[in-house]
Every structure is written in C-alpha cells, then in structure tokens.
Design a protein around this ligand. Structure first.
Ligand SMILES: Nc1ncnc2c1ncn2[C@@H]1O[C@H](COP(=O)(O)OP(=O)(O)OP(=O)(O)O)[C@@H](O)[C@H]1O
Ligand SMILES: [Mg+2]
Length: 311
C-alpha cells in the first residue's frame, strides 16, 4: 500500500495515476483509492465516476472512491454487526456529524477500507490469514491534502487511545499494525520545488518520523522545470557569452531574456531540491513539468516511465 501525500494541488492525483499506470504496465494488478468521495481518477482517465465499487481505468488498473458514509455503514454493519448502532447514530442527522468529527471514525474507516483491499484474495477469500495471491498487488491511496492525509494515518492510534478495549480497538490495532509494516506500507510525499510545499513536506516527514508508525518510501518533486541546457559544454559556452556582456537587440535579445528566466527558474528549483535532500536524506525523484494543460493517459504514462527509474 502506498499513501500518496502532499499539499493541496501539488500533483498527488497525477502521481497516483502515474504510479498506477507504471505498475499496471509491469503486469501488476493495481488499484487507486480516493478518499472523501473524490473522483479525480475518472476525470483523468476520461471515464464515468467509479463510485464505491472498483471500476476499471485501464488494463490491470482499477479505481475506487471511498465515500465515508458508505464505508462507515459497511464497516459497522458488516464487520462489527452494529446495525442498531448504525441506525441510531448515523441515521440521526444531528448526531452523525458530531460522531464522525469527534471520533475520527470516518478517517479510520477510510484506512480500514484500504486494509480490506489488502486482505482480498484472487479466489474471493478475505482476511489477514487468507491464503493465495492477493487480488491487488499494489494499492495506491490518493490521500487528501497534508493535514487530513496525516490524520488518516494517525486515526488507528487515535481510536485505540479513546476506546482501549473492544471491537473498535481491535480493528484499529490491526490497521495500525498493517500501516507500521514496512514490507507492506509506505508513504510517498509529493511536493513542488517551491518554498511553501517544500517546508510543508519537511514538516510532514518530520512528523511521520517522530511518530514512527509508517515508513516513508520517498519524495516525488513534481512539475520541475527541466535543465535549460542538455550538456555542460553548452552551459559553459552560455556563461562565457554572458560574461562578455554581449549587447544584442531585437529577437535575439528576447531569446536571451527567455533563457535567463529559465535558468533562474531552474536554479531556484535545484536549490529547493537540494534543501529537501539535505534535510531529509530520503530517496527523491523529479518529475518534469509537462506543457499540456490537461494531462491525458498518455502524459500520465510518460510520467510513469520517469517514476520507473525509481524501482
Ligand atoms: N508534471 C506536471 N506537469 C504539468 N501539469 C501537472 C503536472 N502535475 C500536475 N499537473 C497539473 O496540476 C494540477 C494539480 O494536479 P493534481 O490534481 O494531481 O494535484 P493534487 O495534489 O491531487 O490536488 P488536490 O490537492 O486538489 O487533490 C492538475 O491540473 C494537473 O493536471
Ligand atoms: Mg487530487
């Protein structure tokens, strides 16, 4: 299971989709789950919304949108056989928001649903001790923006702290242990090579490390402007020309200004990336900024290929 975490708008969904395509391309059965009823994948792959039952995005790649309401009902009624509690509490429009907020129940149940997917086997059997190959080789969780994403990962421990015994406690402990299992679970932090997202990434990584309950697999720096010059010789040549203070007019001057601007952007991005590397010392990969406005399946596959260099 890979939890894809990051600040709002940095490209979590794009990275989730690219990772999913990469795995599918390599013959793995992958599924991308979205939290809080989001349906970004359907839009990215130009499909109808997938809803709460897995829907197909591409060969070997499925998606599922976890709707907290449906997940809470399924969990309480099916897993814990709490139909009465469910009817009493969650059908009551005054109590429901209160319960969900105070107990962080919908966060817990969202990660619980992810754990269910991890427990599913090809032959239809289910559970931590079920045998046979997993139904999904890779489960990617396109998480909500950082704060809420972190609270998803925190939710099992939070539930254990408030319940202490009973079925909710036991279930939360199973989820917590699965998250803590390095062999099974990792977090991918997505950021842009910019000041605020980098600071937020460092903060999130520090918090995750301090809590020590989930392994950080690595960092994806998304939307990075590519190096301006492909080879060092050209870069050197450019430097020499600039040092000579050549005065150019017209179109040439404009090209020079464009190149200078790109160089400045690239240098700034490199500084942010260096800061991430030095502060966190985690595996890191850069994804290029693509010029397309709306990224289609082809662009996502292109980014997937870049991510392929990682593993
Ligand atoms: N490498 C890239 N090159 C060009 N455009 C990109 C790239 N990555 C993401 N985008 C664009 O940036 C926007 C935000 O990306 P995305 O939706 O994946 O972010 P997000 O982190 O999932 O956002 P949210 O927090 O709202 O869920 C989208 O319009 C997407 O097409
Ligand atoms: Mg998103």
């Amino acid at each position: 299971m890979l939890f894809v975490l990051g600040k709002g708008g940095v490209g979590k969904s794009v990275v989730s989709a690219s990772l999913g395509l990469l795995a599918a391309e390599r013959g793995r059965r992958a599924i991308i789950t979205e939290a809080a009823g989001a349906e970004t994948m359907a839009a990215l792959f130009d499909r109808e919304p997938v809803g709460y039952t897995p829907g197909r995005l591409a060969t070997n790649l499925q998606a599922l949108s976890i709707q907290p309401g449906a997940a809470v009902e399924e969990y309480l009624v099916r897993t814990l056989k709490f139909r009465l509690v469910y009817e009493m509490v969650f059908r009551n429009r005054f109590v429901e928001p209160f319960m969900s907020a105070v107990m962080g129940l919908s966060d817990l149940i969202t990660v619980g649903k992810v754990m269910d997917l991890e427990w599913e086997r090809v032959d239809g059997s289910f559970g931590p001790d079920a045998e046979g190959p997993n139904k999904y080789d890779l489960i990617i969780v396109d998480s909500p923006a950082t704060g809420h994403g972190l609270s998803l990962l925190r939710s099992p421990q939070a539930m254990m702290d408030v319940t202490r015994v009973g079925p909710l406690f036991n279930n939360a402990r199973l989820i917590r242990d699965l998250l803590a299992d390095e062999q099974k679970t990792g977090v991918v932090l997505v950021t842009l090579a910019e000041d605020m997202p980098v600071s937020e990434t460092i903060q999130a990584a520090t918090e995750l490390r301090e809590r020590g309950n989930v392994h950080i697999s690595g960092i994806v720096v998304n939307g990075v402007v590519p190096p301006v010059f492909d080879d060092p010789a050209t870069a050197e040549c450019w430097d020499r020309v600039r040092r000579q203070g050549l005065e150019l007019g017209g179109a040439a001057a404009e090209s020079v200004r464009d190149a200078e601007r790109s160089l400045r952007d690239r240098n700034r991005a490199e500084e942010h990336i260096a800061r991430l590397r030095e502060t966190l010392g985690l595996p890191l990969i850069e994804l290029p900024l693509l010029s397309k406005r709306d990224l289609d399946a082809k662009a996502l596959a292109e980014l997937g290929t870049v991510l392929g260099a990682w593993s």
